[in-house]
Design a protein around this ligand. Structure first.
Ligand SMILES: [Zn+2]
Length: 205
């Protein structure tokens, strides 16, 4: 059974943290990680600004005016938009609605914990995503409770249910990729990659 979808767009060939003085932005002085990964750089230089939804290489989701108007028209709550000084029709999207992922079932890896801020240098295992509470995702936009990536390039995954997916597709919000989120038991039985069979001695020839 499909509970929802992980949504991704293309990269926009840009860095949110480009030209940003990290110590002014606020970092842990022991490990250098940003204190707030919902960082907004009002002077972002967006190299590719034609997408409805795209990702910076380091952090941040950028959306078009079309996408913003779509959200306003449908009264979606729990999301925020921040604008940029030099960009007319692009906004940074922040999602306050959080969904808890199942760390154990996904075997999410947490690497190098900082003794000072208690956060991790690297978190691996974003997809396939498994939900802690295996219920269909309601209408709206959601972000995972965990950030994935390494160093200061970390993002939550963006999640929608089938109703929101249909609306996005009907209104031709373009360039989005939807990866289904299945119940763990369905994935485990039907979709889990099978371990490769060990090669017989004669197959090495
Ligand atoms: Zn730290």
């Amino acid at each position: 059974m499909i509970l929802g979808y992980v949504v991704t767009g293309p990269d926009n060939d840009s860095y949110m943290l480009d030209g940003v003085n990290l110590s002014e932005a606020g970092i842990c002085h022991a490990c250098g990680l940003l204190l707030n990964f919902e960082y907004h750089n009002p002077d972002l230089k967006l190299r590719r600004a034609t997408f409805d939804l795209s990702h910076c290489y380091d952090l941040g989701i950028i959306v078009s005016l079309r996408f913003k108007e779509f959200c306003i028209r449908h009264d979606y709550t729990g999301i925020r938009f921040s604008d940029f000084r030099a960009l007319q029709n692009n906004y940074q999207l922040f999602i306050d609605n959080k969904i808890e992922l199942d760390v154990i079932k996904r075997k999410i890896q947490f690497i190098k914990k900082c003794k000072h801020c208690h956060r991790y240098k690297e978190v691996i295992g974003a997809t396939p995503a498994f939900l802690k509470n295996e219920e269909p995702i309601p209408n709206g936009f959601f972000a995972s409770d965990l950030l994935f990536g390494s160093d200061n390039s970390k993002n939550p995954i963006m999640i929608v249910g089938s109703e929101t997916r249909e609306k996005l597709q009907t209104e031709r919000i373009k360039g989005l990729w939807f990866e289904p989120i299945y119940t763990f038991s369905h994935w485990n039985t039907n979709l889990k990659p099978k371990p490769a069979e060990p090669k017989k001695w004669y197959q090495f020839w």
